[in-house]
Design a protein. Structure first.
Length: 318
């Protein structure tokens, strides 16, 4: 392996012994081989640590770091600090890549972009169920172009390959302790990246497991979401992409409207009021989902709209 690989794949690892081999193997099978894998063992208490070490012993592309548990954001930041690639990918250790040509195809466009976003599928481990792709064809567009679909930029850090100097030059790191660290991180990419491309090619399999965020939402999660939305709508954004950026913020706000009803704990009145006061964000409805929500909101108000969103989510996503 060269001293400076083109791609660094950062994999935070915590108690995923059942899923980790498939995750790592989905990188090792790539036809494009100029990469490193950084496994950040975040204080695992199962055999995940041993699995990491075993893979590293067999392949010099793999670097393993063992550290005390600090959470996902801390592990990702640690991986960034120890990465040497020109481009960075984040891969959660219970997920995996779906295409062995993924790296090769992305790198064909890397010189044209600071960020390339790609699509994903949900993977459900049930009899007769596997990958559920969202979109099947493949196109490439500049998502900052006004003609591009507005909703193709998602908050997930795992659905993007990023030129590393965009991250380091602008200190775009993950906030430790936050349960929604991807949202602010991705918002900063919109501020500082000059060119962001998107392909709807499905490259990433997101494993749906019991206990996922769609099943259990804590009060801390609602607080974090509300605080992050409050932070990002106040960011200094280039005028040319202000509307696109605010559309992204409005979409994140809509997720709060759903999650507040998924929370098993009672939402304090002050927090509920704080969320409701931000409903003006729905006017930035460049995302088609937000456009529909805004139409209902203008007719029925915040309380009814948020409850309706929750019912829709439970019927069609559970």
């Amino acid at each position: 392996m060269s001293d400076s690989p083109k791609i660094s794949v950062i994999v935070p690892v915590y108690n995923v012994k059942e899923f980790l081999p498939r995750c790592i193997n989905s990188v090792l099978c790539q036809t494009y081989t100029d990469y490193e894998i950084i496994l950040v063992d975040d204080g695992s208490t199962d055999s995940s640590s041993d699995i990491c070490d075993l893979y590293a012993q067999k392949n010099d592309k793999i670097k393993v770091y063992h550290k005390p548990n600090g959470g996902l954001a801390d592990a990702r930041n640690f991986g960034l600090e120890h990465s040497v690639g020109d481009y960075v990918l984040f891969l959660d250790s219970d997920d995996f890549y779906t295409d062995e040509n993924m790296f090769a195809q992305l790198m064909r466009y890397s010189e044209k972009a600071d960020v390339i976003c790609f699509n994903y599928c949900r993977y459900i481990k049930e009899p007769g169920q596997a990958m559920l792709p969202l979109i099947g064809c493949s196109i490439r567009v500049n998502i900052l172009d006004q003609k591009a679909p507005a909703d193709v930029f998602t908050s997930s850090a795992c659905m993007k390959i990023v030129r590393k100097n965009i991250i380091t030059d602008n200190s775009i790191f993950f906030e430790k302790g936050s349960l929604s660290e991807d949202i602010e991180w991705s918002a900063k990419l919109l501020v500082f990246a000059d060119n962001i491309l998107y392909t709807d090619k499905v490259y990433y399999a997101y494993r749906v497991r019991p206990g996922s965020i769609t099943k259990s939402v804590s009060l801390k999660h609602i607080y974090d979401l509300n605080n992050i939305v409050g932070k990002i709508y106040a960011m200094d954004v280039p005028v040319a992409r202000k509307d696109f950026f605010m559309g992204y913020v409005a979409f994140q706000y809509a997720t709060i409207m759903i999650n507040m009803h998924l929370c098993k704990e009672k939402i304090p009145n002050r927090l509920y009021k704080s969320i409701k006061e931000k409903s003006w964000l729905l006017k930035y409805d460049s995302y088609p989902q937000v456009k529909l929500i805004n139409k209902v909101f203008r007719f029925a108000g915040f309380d009814f709209t948020s409850r309706l969103l929750y019912i829709y989510f439970k019927l069609f996503r559970d």
